[in-house]
Design a protein around this ligand. Structure first.
Ligand SMILES: Cc1cc2nc3c(=O)[nH]c(=O)nc-3n(C[C@H](O)[C@H](O)[C@H](O)COP(=O)(O)O)c2cc1C
Length: 245
């Protein structure tokens, strides 16, 4: 196994950081990695906003509720899905913005932004840094957009905290290969046969260094999906110019 794959397989989200700072050179490398990912039709539909203002950090951290490390991490980026440049170009050429509004364009921007973020995550982990995605900025997506002064055809997809790890959990066991990988056609039976995996996850949570729990993957998902999350995201996206059609 080479070093890159070893790093990928040993990924864990880090929520406890030391006070050490990331150097400007490291940040440049992280940004270059994010910018270098594949991008649908070369549209590069994302922007990165680093949050350095402590007051702004506090405001965003409060919105996340569950992620106080947003305030403490050395570095915090917000990944903005962004088709505003294309909107500006189209307007300047008196062309319709309809092609930016549909669900396909929304997916393009979401995917481009996610690829950039994962490139940054991989780069950070290759330097021995720890990262955590922060989707909970969408607890109040409208307010985050306001704080960042986001224009139309953009939305804050998630944040990412980066720093030197103080505490690292064991990697979380992923679905067994037979639960997730098939050949030629979807294997409903194997993909839903989760008893053994649930046992594995129960063991992981019982033995975890921090926040140990008695639960399974199935139980976690039942709790996760027993209610609708952030229904207001759809109306916010409409305000930003997306039709969701
Ligand atoms: C898009 C996305 C959003 C996430 N949002 C949060 C978050 O708001 N707060 C947090 O503590 N972890 C967040 N996470 C981290 C996940 O909880 C974590 O990746 C998952 O539990 C698997 O654990 P691992 O990354 O340690 O393997 C997020 C992960 C992703 C991919």
């Amino acid at each position: 196994m080479n070093q890159t794959i070893d790093n990928l397989i040993n990924h864990v989200s880090v929520r406890n950081f030391t006070d050490e700072s990331i150097t400007e050179d490291q940040k440049k490398q992280l940004v270059a990695a994010a910018q270098s990912g594949s991008t649908s039709e070369f549209v590069q539909a994302f922007s990165l906003i680093e949050i350095t203002d402590p007051q702004l950090r506090k405001q965003i951290s409060d919105i996340t509720v569950s992620s106080p490390h947003v305030q403490k991490a050395d570095t915090f980026y917000i990944f903005v899905a962004d088709l505003n440049r294309q909107a500006t170009m189209l307007k300047a050429n008196n062309l319709s913005l309809d092609s930016l509004k549909n669900m396909e364009s929304l997916l393009v921007a979401t995917v481009d932004t996610t690829i950039a973020a994962q490139n940054m995550a991989t780069a950070a982990e290759s330097m021995g840094l720890g990262i955590c995605y922060i989707g909970s900025i969408r607890n109040n997506i409208q307010q985050v957009a306001k704080l960042l002064e986001l224009p139309k055809f953009t939305f804050p997809l998630f944040g990412m905290t980066i720093g030197v790890p103080a505490v690292k959990n064991q990697p979380k066991p992923r679905l067994f290969i037979q639960n997730q990988v098939a050949t030629n056609t979807y294997d409903s039976q194997a993909f839903n046969d989760l008893t053994k995996y649930d046992q594995e996850v129960r063991k992981y949570y019982a033995n975890r260094r921090t926040n140990s729990q008695d639960t399974t993957w199935t139980e976690k998902n039942l709790t996760m999906f027993d209610h609708i999350h952030r229904p207001e995201v759809a109306s916010f996206l409409k305000e930003q110019g997306f039709s969701l059609n």
